[in-house]
Design a protein around this ligand. Structure first.
Ligand SMILES: Cc1cc2nc3c(=O)[nH]c(=O)nc-3n(C[C@H](O)[C@H](O)[C@H](O)COP(=O)(O)O)c2cc1C
Length: 249
């Protein structure tokens, strides 16, 4: 695809994995959304790869839509762990409200990374991973053959999305580090909203958390715990280089 940007947001690598597959197929640049400050006008073709969050989208993706140049045409690949809940339609409506043109929206299942409440059993995660390439190829082939698909008009869970989004900051306030923390500052550096700091030898979580859970999953010591309990599973997509998450490639 000519002059293509593949924008992605990812905290545990699923979206990055899909973005890399899209780059293999179509060429182009992979850009990490929180680092991108422009309006997309320099690109002729745009693909956005994003996880579904609370039947909607992560905050950096929501902001990207409002920062894009009006009239821009986009193709969207959403990935999710369990339930779409109309997130494709909601994305479509938000994109249109922001003056964008949507060529196609595709959804595909990847392993669940919202493991703070419940973790899927490992066999299930492995099963989803094993069949992921098939689903990704199907979507990429549909795009390459211009078999574009748009979500039908239907009820979305916008109110749930907006309510959950307004509570995401609470998740950060429930994080803390235990004695395994070696103060490597990995969490400080990877947080997309700079909500974590090392001050006076202590890791502090602020009130700007956007619930991506990147710090929780990617702490090399598994030292970040939720609600003072260390009983939740971590996840990182095993087919990406963890240190590539958050990079432009
Ligand atoms: C805050 C948050 C909310 C989520 N909400 C949903 C959801 O509504 N439906 C769903 O199926 N998966 C949901 N997920 C799971 C992710 O969409 C899924 O695991 C995705 O593949 C993660 O992509 P990533 O590895 O690129 O970050 C949520 C994850 C997080 C962190």
């Amino acid at each position: 695809m000519k002059n293509l940007a593949i924008f992605y947001f990812s905290s545990t690598g699923n979206s990055l994995y899909i973005a890399k597959k899209a780059k293999e197929k179509f060429d182009g640049k992979i850009l990490y959304v929180p680092s991108y400050k422009d309006n997309g006008s320099e690109f002729e073709n745009i693909i956005i790869v994003t996880p579904i969050y609370s039947f909607g989208m992560p905050l950096p993706i929501l902001n990207l839509l409002s920062n894009f140049e009006k009239g821009k045409e986009i193709i969207v690949i959403q990935n999710y762990g369990g339930m779409i809940g109309g997130a494709d339609r909601l994305f479509y409506e938000y994109a249109i409200k922001n003056g964008l043109k949507v060529k196609g929206i595709y959804t595909l299942k990847m392993p669940e990374n919202f493991t703070l409440v419940m973790s899927p059993p490992p066999f299930y995660k492995n099963m989803i991973l094993k069949s992921a390439d098939r689903r990704i190829d199907k979507v990429l082939n549909a795009i390459s053959s211009s078999n574009f698909k748009l979500p039908k008009k239907r009820k979305t869970k916008e109110q749930t999305y907006l309510k959950n989004m307004s509570n995401w900051h609470i998740i950060g306030q429930r994080f803390s580090v235990n004695e395994k923390c070696i103060k490597c500052k990995k969490c400080v550096n990877l947080c997309p909203v700079k909500n974590i700091e090392l001050k006076d030898g202590k890791i502090n979580f602020g009130d700007k958390c956007i619930a991506c859970l990147g710090c929780f999953h990617r702490c090399p010591q598994k030292a970040i715990i939720y609600k003072n309990k260390d009983n939740k599973k971590r996840y990182i997509n095993p087919f990406v280089n963890e240190s590539d998450i958050g990079k432009d490639l």
